[in-house]
Design a protein around this ligand. Structure first.
Ligand code: GAP
Length: 521
């Protein structure tokens, strides 16, 4: 019998589990860590790869209207002039003239305060955490996007006369959160969030290139290449997975918002008059992707953007929000980008960015529907959703109910003892199963502890090899969620696990290869 402990998941618990079990570590930890950059450990890399693979399967492999792309991270600087990022991708910052740290002006008013290169510094002077949490909650209720990514929202808020006036009114009294100098702030200026670097040996303005802040632009600039080489007809899509970089000012909430992250983006090209239909289609399709991978329906919501919130390129946008421990926040955005991007790149490059419609004999600029998801945010949402604490047999059991296709290890092989003959049989089972899946072998400590360790990292099945196995060539499969155990022949272990991992409650008997349901067998 198990008893669920209510209110289980918190960000602290996830961070601790991730560190303890090797999912996610702080980047460059031995040097004190690099703020808002994260390293995926042995289990994290498997989970992350599985998330990406599930996405690629769903949006590329499983469809005949989509192709993939892997564009370079560094792109011609003109790309960012055309896309609008050079002008629009900014956050307002003020600089302390004494210590030269930069802050967001709304944060030095109400906190929490993040310095551009020092990370979280604490709460603004005179503001305690309770007051801050209250005002933050009020802001979130008023405008949930505030907890999300879009820097343009912060700008919109700052440009609200009240916030800006508040800052300018109080500027002479506000202490610097870093060096405590009073009244030393400059007026707010917009700073670009793109990371700059130099191409070639000389560090001069003419050689500046940017690390891409979104993967999407790699797709737009390759539109004609893909069209010419694949002879696609509308509607069709191009999907890309890859790193993106943003010099975010306020980072935090673990991997929710970092400076280096991965995106999974689709640019779906359609006839303009069909854009609304395809927009609705992709919102539903992407929402279902999360549900099919086990995210609880109660924890997902769709949030349309208001006019004032739309990005400069978007005609319409919905966020797919997840109910993270810190509140509802954006997991994925689906936008109707209209013809903005292709038209902009045509204008800036002087190249044709149209599609020839054979039916009408016309060249048209397709509209683009863009479902844009974060890999790291998806990983976080899957971890949050899967995390559970229960009392089982009088003990605390932490379990990740990860969907089998996402679980880092599908199976753990656990010999009951380290005795040589048993270890040999268990190693044979292990070697055989490894041909199909990521499988873990563990022969340390009691079997109960080993089950708990596998529960905590979300392994759906444990296979126990005991002394009886040497007699009858059978092993025990123990299920993570129900903790039920069944005995199966080694000869059909692979088929049984294949069926179970695919969600079928079956196991396979050797006689005639028949498949039997466990109940009513
Ligand atoms: N091409 C459109 C675009 O980039 P976005 O809303 O800025 O739109 C899309 O980003 C997704 O990328 C977000 O929904 C989020 O999942 C992820 N994302 C954006 N900024 C992020 C950051 N700093 N850290 C982690 N994930 C981020």
């Amino acid at each position: 019998m198990t008893e669920k402990i209510p209110g289980g998941v918190t960000m602290e618990k996830l961070v601790s589990l991730s560190q303890r079990r090797g999912f996610i570590f702080q980047s460059s930890e031995i040097y004190g860590g690099l703020s808002s950059c994260w390293d995926y450990g042995p289990l994290g890399v498997e989970l992350k790869r599985n998330v990406k693979q599930a996405w690629w399967r769903a949006v590329v492999q499983g469809r005949d209207d989509m192709v993939g792309l892997d564009a370079s991270i560094l792109m011609h600087p003109q790309t960012w002039a055309a896309s609008g990022h050079l002008e629009q991708f900014t956050d307002p910052l003020v600089e302390c003239k004494s210590c030269h740290q930069r802050f967001r002006p709304d944060q030095v008013l109400v906190g929490p305060v993040y310095a551009q290169d020092k990370g979280f510094l604490g709460y603004a002077s005179g503001v305690n955490k309770e007051e801050y949490d209250k005002s933050w909650q009020e802001l979130l209720n008023k405008n949930p996007k505030r907890g999300g990514t879009a820097s343009r929202m912060f700008r919109a808020e700052l440009q609200e006369p009240k916030t800006l006036h508040d800052f300018l009114d109080k500027k002479s009294e506000i202490p610097c959160p870093f060096c405590n100098a009073i009244g030393q702030f400059t007026d707010p200026r917009l700073f670009n969030l793109m990371f700059k670097t130099f191409m070639g040996p000389t560090e001069e303005e003419a050689n500046v290139v940017y690390l891409r802040p979104e993967t999407a632009q790699g797709i737009f600039v390759n539109f004609q290449n893909v069209l010419n080489t694949t002879r696609r007809r509308l509607p069709f899509g191009i999907a890309q997975l890859g790193k993106a970089f943003r010099n975010e000012i306020s980072t935090g909430n673990f991997i929710f918002r970092s400076r280096e992250f991965e995106q999974m983006e689709i640019e779906y090209f359609v006839r303009p008059e069909t854009a609304d239909k395809w927009f609705d289609y992709w919102v539903e399709e992407r929402r279902n992707w999360y549900l099919n991978l086990g995210i609880r329906e109660d924890n997902l919501r769709l949030r349309p953007h208001g006019e004032e919130e739309l990005a400069h390129y978007a005609r319409k946008c919905y966020d797919i929000d997840y109910n993270f421990p810190m509140g509802w926040s954006e997991l994925e955005g689906v936008a109707n980008r209209g013809d903005y991007d292709l038209a902009q790149h045509a204008r800036h490059s002087g190249k044709e960015m149209t599609y020839f419609d054979e039916d009408s004999g016309e060249h048209i600029i397709p509209y683009i529907i863009e479902p844009s998801a974060g890999v790291d945010r998806s990983v976080l949402a899957f971890l949050c959703d899967a995390y559970d604490e229960e009392i089982a047999q009088g003990e605390l059991r932490v379990v990740l109910h990860l969907h089998p296709s996402l679980a880092p290890y599908k199976v753990a092989v656990l010999p009951l003892s380290k005795k040589e003959n048993l270890a040999k049989a268990a190693r044979e089972v292990y070697a055989d199963l490894r041909q199909c899946w990521m499988v873990h072998y563990d022969d340390t400590q009691s079997i109960g502890r080993r089950y708990r360790r596998q529960d905590e990292v979300g392994t759906p099945y444990c296979v126990t090899v005991d002394f009886q196995s040497l007699e009858d060539s059978q092993v025990t499969i123990r299920e993570r969620d129900s903790m039920n155990q069944i005995r199966v022949p080694i000869a059909t272990l692979k088929e049984t696990l294949t069926a179970k991992l695919a969600g079928e409650d079956l196991f396979v008997l050797p006689e005639g290869g028949k498949i039997w349901k466990e109940e009513g067998k």
